[in-house]
Design a protein around this ligand. Structure first.
Ligand code: GLY
Length: 380
């Protein structure tokens, strides 16, 4: 298992310090607005609580507060919570999404875990309840987007949703609704069955008929082809299945995470940072997606810890650390760039966010940096 050479000059404390400077500078410039999901010309633009990405900004602020104890970050994160409460009340596309997991784990759950804010806990439980209503019993999965009676999206599942299940595992324990954990585990088993291939690569989406339970063909939205492995989807699966093992103790989830991790790591080019699709290799003139590598690095840190101390598979943690070191060569620097990580890709087929920074890449880079520095657990 290799993941590029460790950067000889990798100084974690310095990287953290530079990252926190960038977060503070961005927060002060945005004056309470959210940053857009991706930069444009390396600048985040002010945005509302829209789409699937605002939780990552909230999570970045909570990570920064937990690490520094500086009340500025806490106040900034707390000031965002009312917008998450309003969002739940609004209905429609703002809540008709599996991404309630990302949105409320990194805002309300993070607030509750960090400060014990009972209002944040209640908000997170409400979000989990809304997410649970997206479950289609006949298909055994949570529909990704849209109203449940939308014929175009009925039964659509997406590999990314593996990372949204921890909200339900948390609510199952915290809200004493074990049934939510059962549904989440069933969804993950369905993802493993239909979207993780024998060789450990992943497809992105498929439809599962809620009447017959039969799965349709595997497709991709953001990858190169239906039968390739979109790097970020692979990373969502890696981390999502590792977390599923943490929450359920089911060894099959850890085994899936390990297969997915092996596939990802084996396809890294020499510099240790993934291309946007894992079907590209050394020498291909293709963009990197640093966000995929950041998620995978954070996931590998989790995965290594899922094995007992003498187990050689603990080495996944070292692989994650090497990937993190390789990523550090792509760290941005204020004032020339807002993002923590440069060279991410949002959606290559549609030409969106190519060669920019993105909030989720920044979040997982910071999470991984801080986790290795202080062994601070993930909010997921
Ligand atoms: N979950 C959406 C994405 O990774 O682009």
């Amino acid at each position: 298992m290799t993941a590029g050479a460790a950067e000889p000059g990798f100084d974690r404390a310095l990287r953290v310090e530079r990252a926190l400077r960038a977060v503070r500078a961005l927060g002060e410039r945005l004056e309470g607005a959210f940053p857009s999901g991706c930069t444009r010309g390396l600048r985040y633009e002010p945005a509302g609580n829209q789409e699937w990405t605002p939780g990552f900004w909230s999570g970045i602020l909570w990570l920064a507060y937990r690490h520094t104890g500086d009340g500025w970050y806490r106040a900034a994160a707390e000031a965002l919570l009312p917008s998450f409460a309003e969002r739940l009340g609004g209905g429609g596309p703002a809540v008709e999404t599996h991404d309630l997991g990302f949105l409320y784990t990194l805002s309300a759950v993070a607030a509750w875990k960090t400060t014990g804010d009972a209002g944040a806990r209640a908000l997170a439980l409400r979000a989990a309840d809304l997410l649970s209503r997206r479950h289609l019993p006949g298909a055994g999965v949570f529909q990704a987007w849209g109203p449940l009676d939308d014929p175009d999206r009925r039964g659509l599942v997406i590999i990314d949703s593996a990372m949204n299940m921890p909200l339900l595992f948390w609510a199952a324990r915290e809200g004493e609704r074990p049934g939510l954990g059962v549904l989440a585990a069933g969804h993950l088993r369905a993802l493993a069955r239909h979207l993780v291939r024998e060789d450990g690569s992943t497809g992105q989406t498929c439809r599962i008929d809620p009447v017959t339970g039969r799965a349709g063909p595997v497709r991709t939205h953001q990858g190169r082809a239906a039968d390739s492995a979109w790097a970020r989807g692979q990373a969502w699966a890696l981390y999502g299945f590792a977390l599923a093992h943490r929450h359920t103790g089911e060894d099959a989830f850890r085994d899936v995470a390990a297969r997915v991790a092996d596939y990802f790591v084996a396809r890294l080019p020499r510099d240790g940072v993934a291309f946007w699709d894992l079907s590209f290799g050394e020498g291909d003139a293709q963009e990197k997606d640093t966000s995929a590598s950041a998620i995978a690095a954070a996931g590998l840190l989790e995965l290594g810890e899922r094995f007992p101390p003498a187990d050689p598979r603990r080495a996944y943690t070292e692989t994650g650390e090497r990937m993190l070191a390789a990523l550090s060569a792509h760290q941005g620097s204020p004032p020339s760039a807002d993002g923590l990580l440069l060279h991410a890709v949002y959606d290559r087929p549609r030409g969106l966010g190519v060669g920019e920074s993105c909030l989720w890449g920044d979040y997982f880079y910071l999470e991984a940096l801080l986790r290795t520095e202080r062994a601070a657990p993930s909010f997921f």
